[in-house]
Design a protein around this ligand. Structure first.
Ligand code: MLT
Length: 238
């Protein structure tokens, strides 16, 4: 997604929105909160990140970001395995090519959940508990406006999590949701292989498989972070 599209593409309010950027923005956000980050502020670009960071005392925040897979000057590269080592008790200010832009576009919707393979199950459970009748929009961040396999796989996994938990609710799935579900089922639970096969996954794999295995660690986080007034916190986890 491009930042200039933000005004045109904002999501209409009064829907529950679930944002996915499996490689890696939403995985990084969920995992940062799970590792003790106080909050995460998704920003549009480096300039906004620097401006926001000036509101925090040194040592109380981490400024992380990339653009088109290249590190932003003065920012830490947003590799969750590295970020998690120093995130405890701090605010993460994060700028990424697609994921944080998708989050900012979603900010006008009713409730925005940040999800990933790590916490899809918990987010699905939380949404069904809150109000099983509502319309759920799954936003796949994609890559430069294109569909990305890992996010579509993540969307299918999320739909599967909803189906697993429905007790008295009859879910009405759109064709897009059914397509994502079919794709997810086709991989027969082999998340690591699915991620590794994607375009972004193949690029990441050149630097080692650790981060892909990390993003594929399905169900490892019991947390449903939400984006409220531009800030992501864990409002409903354990
Ligand atoms: C993106 O937003 O394009 C990616 O998620 C960047 C990343 O976090 O690796």
């Amino acid at each position: 997604m491009k930042k200039e599209d933000i005004q045109a593409e904002k999501i209409a309010g009064n829907k529950v929105v679930v944002v996915l950027d499996i490689l890696l923005a939403t995985t990084s956000i969920v995992s940062a909160l799970d590792n003790g980050a106080l909050q995460v502020i998704p920003v549009i670009d480096a300039g906004e990140g620097v401006r926001i960071s000036q509101q925090f005392a040194a040592g109380h925040f981490l400024l992380a970001g990339e653009l088109d897979a290249k590190p932003l000057e003065g920012f830490i590269y947003p590799n969750p395995l590295e970020l998690n080592k120093e995130i405890k008790g701090k605010t993460l200010i994060l700028s990424t090519t697609n994921g944080t832009i998708a989050l900012r576009k979603s900010n006008t919707a009713g409730i925005v959940y940040i999800s990933s393979l790590l916490n899809n199950f918990f987010v699905a459970q939380t949404i069904l508990k809150e109000d099983a009748e509502q319309t759920i929009v799954i936003v796949c961040s994609g890559n430069a406006g294109e569909v990305s396999l890992e996010d579509f796989y993540g969307a299918g996994h999320f739909v599967s999590c909803l189906l697993e938990q429905q007790i008295s609710v009859c879910l009405k799935l759109s064709d897009a949701a059914l397509s994502a579900l079919s794709l997810y089922r086709g991989w027969q639970g082999d998340a690591a292989h699915a991620l590794q096969s994607s375009m972004v996954g193949r690029l990441l794999y050149q630097h080692g498989h650790e981060v892909l295995s990390f993003a594929a660690d399905t169900g490892s986080v019991h947390m449903a972070p939400t984006l409220i007034n531009g800030v992501i916190t864990n409002t409903s986890g354990v």
